[in-house]
Design a binder for this molecule. Structure first.
Ligand code: NAD
Length: 458
């Protein structure tokens, strides 16, 4: 295994050193090829994910492939602009001359993906890395095995390993890969494993981007449009069977509107997934038995307000809403990452804000209100990765917004130009002319020279 990895990495290193990836046309050609092979293999990719956890073809297209197509096309269109050397202010101390910033690729990149959106989370960072002129090794998650196999097949059959290659495997393979001196590592997954990745990267002083998880709250104020809030929350929470890093993990609801909101949520679940969500083609299953067992332990029967039905054989957990929850309950200790939605009520918004701030910074935060004052207050007082007002999840669909966490929910970001920047080093250059040199900067230093320099620079 080690020798095989060594050989691929050595190949990528030699290729990067050939400077071929620095040609804009070459990068665009690789991205076009990637776009075409994804499109050509859409059915196989979609079937693989259906086998993994019964994800519908519609959701695979909407939440994985469409996002990739958009990002690839954007990168092809914009990368020559993004790669341009940028002239900046020179300053008096460098007169006469000019200053500029030249983006350059880091070199060889490792992308470690998570299983919940296996195509998007493995391929999108690779798109940014290729656009910036790097070579890439992708290590998809072993938990969505069919998707991992499908991705490895289509990429490894169509790309030379010197530029882009998929290495499949689990903890053992990832641990081995992490020993290698990559120029940058991009990891998506749990906070616990994020720490392992960062520790391993530190041995080679490799920079890391960590896209992690955590508990993302949605605050529902009493002036919110409750019908619309319920519609959007139900869609976003139960999308992908609740296995979405930016899904609202729990609701913080103004006590006065809790009952109405619950009724609306109940109605929306029925509208979206029918009387029995088990029969809904749009409702994804839990990824495996271990996660199923973890999740059912979080459902306290006394607290079930909606749903609660489970079927181990089918790895099915119904869209479930829990009420009368406190921050001390088991379900509030870790990220849920499944179709279980606890509701905590508040009578004072300041209390709700203090509760969020007392915990690790969320990856996402959602606020439902019509009050500009409340919006301003929440955005001003709480630190979180990104989010939405009067919606959930949709901020990640805008490639003009940097996507990433803060604190325990991650470091660094990507999407659109931000992804290009994440995989680039910005080289700072001063270029001098030879017709003048400030003689007074040289020793011997005199009082008169000090006076002059403080007049010029002060
Ligand atoms: P995970 O951390 O278990 O696995 C992610 C990757 O790490 C996989 O490729 C896996 O093979 C590898 N890995 C697992 N254990 C390892 C170890 N001990 N040493 C080295 N490598 C190891 O995460 P997951 O279960 O696939 O994903 C769920 C978590 O990811 C949730 O917390 C979720 O919020 C988060 N997530 C975050 C984002 C984001 O964009 N911020 C997106 C999706 C998921």
């Amino acid at each position: 295994m080690e020798n095989k990895f060594n050989a691929i990495l050595a190949k990528q290193k030699v290729f990067f050193d050939s400077n071929k990836t620095k040609e804009i046309g070459y990068r665009q050609a690789q991205l076009s090829k990637l776009l075409n092979i994804l499109k050509d293999n859409e059915i196989q990719l979609s079937e693989a994910l259906y086998k993994d956890f019964k994800k519908s073809a519609f959701e695979t297209y909407e939440t994985e492939l469409a996002i990739l197509y958009h990002e690839i096309k954007l990168a092809i269109r914009k990368l020559s602009k993004w790669s341009k050397t940028k002239r900046v202010c020179n300053g008096l101390s460098n007169f006469p001359g000019k200053s500029f910033i030249k983006p350059e690729p880091f070199g060889n990149i490792l992308v470690i993906g998570a299983w919940n959106y296996p195509y998007q989370l493995s391929v999108l960072p690779a798109v940014s890395a290729l656009a910036a002129g790097n070579t890439v090794i992708i290590k998809p998650s072993e938990l969505s095995l069919n998707a991992s196999n499908a991705l490895a097949k289509i990429i490894n059959e169509n790309f030379d390993a010197q530029i882009l290659h998929v290495i499949e495997g689990g903890i053992e393979e990832t641990t081995e890969l992490l020993k290698h001196p990559f120029d940058s590592i991009f990891y998506t997954g749990s906070t616990a494993v994020g720490k392992i990745v960062m520790r391993a990267a530190s041995n080679n002083l490799t920079p890391v981007t960590l896209e992690l998880g955590g508990k993302s709250p949605a605050i529902i104020e009493n002036d919110a449009n409750l019908k619309m809030a319920a519609r959007r929350i139900v869609w976003g929470k139960f999308l992908n069977g609740g296995q979405t890093c930016v899904a609202p993990d729990y609701l913080l609801v103004d006590q006065r509107v809790k009952e109405v909101l619950l009724q609306e949520i109940k109605a929306q679940i029925k509208t979206i997934h029918g009387e029995n969500p088990k029969n809904s083609e749009a409702f994804t299953r839990i990824i495996n038995g271990r996660h199923f067992q973890r999740l059912i332990k979080l459902i306290d029967k006394q607290q079930i307000s909606i749903g609660g039905e489970t079927n181990e054989h089918e790895l099915y957990i119904a869209p479930t809403v829990l009420e009368n929850i406190s921050f001390e309950d088991e379900v509030m200790q870790e990220e849920i990452f499944g179709p279980i939605l606890p509701i905590i009520t508040y009578t004072n918004l300041d209390w709700a804000i203090a509760q969020i701030k007392a915990r690790p910074k969320p990856l996402a935060l959602y606020l439902f209100t019509n009050s500009k004052k409340v919006e301003k207050k929440v955005l001003h007082e709480i630190s979180f990765g990104g989010g939405a007002i009067n919606d959930v999840i949709m901020h990640l669909a805008n490639s003009s917004l940097p996507f990433g966490g803060v604190g325990h929910s991650g470091m660094g970001n990507y999407h659109g130009k931000y992804g290009f920047d994440t995989f680039s080093h910005f080289k700072s250059i001063v270029k001098k002319t030879n017709w003048f040199e400030p003689w007074f900067k040289y020793p011997p230093y005199t009082k008169w020279k000090l006076k002059l320099i403080s007049k010029i620079l002060g």
